[in-house]
Ligand binder design. Sequence first.
Ligand SMILES: Cc1cn([C@H]2C[C@H](O)[C@@H](COP(=O)(O)OP(=O)(O)O[C@H]3O[C@H](CO)[C@@H](O)[C@H](O)[C@H]3O)O2)c(=O)[nH]c1=O
Length: 347
Amino acid sequence: MNIIVTGGAGFIGSNFIYYMLKKHPADRIICYDKLTYAGNMETLEKALTKENFKFIRGDIADRKAVYRMFEMEKPDVVVNFAAESHVDRSIENPEVFLQTNVIGTSVLLDACRKYGIDRYHQVSTDEVYGDLPLDRPDLFFTENTNLHTSSPYSASKAGADLLVMAYHRTYNIPITISRCSNNYGPFHFPEKLIPLMIINALSDKKLPVYGDGRNVRDWLFVGDHCAAIDLILRKGRVGEIYNIGGHNERSNLDVVRTILQELGKSEDLIEFVTDRKGHDRRYAIDPSKVRNELGWEPATAFEDGIKETVQWYLNNRDWWMGIISGDYQTYYERMYDNRSALEFSKI
Ligand SMILES: Cc1cn([C@H]2C[C@H](O)[C@@H](COP(=O)(O)OP(=O)(O)O[C@H]3O[C@H](CO)[C@@H](O)[C@H](O)[C@H]3O)O2)c(=O)[nH]c1=O
């Protein structure tokens, strides 16, 4: 199979490329990535040594470039990871989220319509369902939960999902969609909770926890997400949505404390800061469909995955040092200098 992986220089996309190169060496992988601030060629260094891997720099919203790529590469499958993904950035500047996540998706779908495709897979998010209350641990997102978005990011991803479903119904494009919970693991960009906390703790900087730190996320090791997408591509039913999550709900504060413990650092580094606007309280996925239909199970327990992740950041300082010494530093200062410390004496 010729598989185009868009956004393959980012966190989940690059992990997926490595997963596929190992698991299906007979397939050809073409990574199409714009190399925004969150994409990184160092991440793909090992993939670039493989004969069945090719990198093309380009924007999914650039129609001419996308059509040219389809003409050259003749893909059988497209897996769309390309997205602006950071909620805080979408609150600052929604426009680029609409451009990449909505317009970019529509261009890819148009290319599939024009040139034909065996499968278009949209990598989506549990954030399209909005949030669940903390006092109802019995509630979970299923594939039938209504879309109810909170941030410009999640609204743009929900818009893209609706387009994908519409292209399936109107033009009969063979699509699948996956909606996954929070991922963690190697190559996670250090603006996100887990890598940010690891990196700050390593340099004894404050760890900024938004609000009261009780918001809950359902954490999944990135390799388990990749395995689920691979299964959906091979065995999933066309036109279907699959939720992916490992029933691993943790409050942000718990996650941060676990990281501090792993690194042998003091909890005094934690600083509660101004909350994220529209901050979703709890995400929790019901993964029954992907389990029952496709036999998927997460293979990595959080306790092991977080150890492995912390170790990865300790072993790969050059990778993240390169990132935090560039433009990222300006973002970090803007983001965190504007948040004031909160007093939570009883937390
Ligand atoms: C960066 C940062 C985050 N947080 C909080 C906000 C959230 O409750 C939690 C996780 O934040 P983030 O790492 O930004 O991830 P979150 O907003 O949940 O979204 C992630 O997970 C989603 C899937 O649920 C993906 O669709 C998004 O692309 C991905 O960014 O930690 C802090 O308390 N302090 C921080 O400095």
